[in-house]
Design a protein around this ligand. Structure first.
Ligand SMILES: O=P(O)(O)OC[C@H]1O[C@H](OP(=O)(O)OP(=O)(O)O)[C@H](O)[C@@H]1O
Ligand SMILES: Nc1ncnc2[nH]cnc12
Length: 172
């Protein structure tokens, strides 16, 4: 299966989770052994060889980052939604395409000056990945780049990331 066919496993769901949003559902891709491998290998190839660590945002980002981490021999910083972490190193609030949210960074997982690549499934407004980048940078890390499966260009996520390097497998 090639990358185009693998990305063809994504489906579009109108008016989810709120009216007016065209939701891009990666569940069929995650459930397809070959499609998932093709996409995670392609995503792994976008990650700067010099990085020390990956970071990902709960929940879909965790799945992709774990596969990329395995492929590249890296660890993953788990950036979490509120109330999950016993000790919080940093917290940011941000706006989503559909609502607002908060992310938290665990203590003692990001070494100062670590070079970190952020992995996620969808870049929409950039609120989520931007918040993760700010958390990592507040902790003293350097964000070397952002790798996503799908970029929704009309929502301006790339511009919201203030010049950080963004690589997407597909732009819609
Ligand atoms: O660029 P943005 O506008 O911030 O949107 C992209 C984010 O939205 C989705 O996460 P969601 O919060 O829906 O969580 P999930 O992974 O738990 O489904 C997606 O997984 C991205 O992280
Ligand atoms: N349209 C969308 N589809 C899937 N995930 C999203 N996250 C933010 N916007 C999204």
């Amino acid at each position: 299966m090639d990358l185009d066919a693998a990305l063809g496993l994504l489906t579009e769901v109108p008016d989810f989770p709120v009216p007016g949003v065209l939701f891009r559902d990666l569940a069929p891709l995650f459930a397809h052994a070959e499609g998932f491998r093709v996409v995670t290998d392609a995503l792994a190839a976008t990650v700067d060889p010099e990085v020390d660590l990956l970071a990902a945002v709960e929940a879909r980002g965790f799945l992709l980052a774990a596969a990329v981490a395995h492929a590249r021999g890296l660890g993953v910083v788990l950036v979490r939604k509120p109330g999950k972490l016993p000790s919080v190193a940093g917290r940011v609030e941000y706006a989503l395409e559909y609502g607002t949210a908060t992310l938290e960074l665990p203590v003692n997982v990001v070494p100062p000056h670590a070079r970190v690549a952020v992995v996620d499934d969808v870049l929409a407004t950039g609120g989520t990945v931007g918040a993760a980048c700010r958390l990592l940078e507040q902790a003293g890390a350097v964000v070397s780049g952002v790798s996503v499966v799908l970029e929704l260009a009309a929502l301006g996520g790339r511009d919201a990331l203030d010049g950080r390097r963004v690589q997407s497998l597909r732009t819609a």
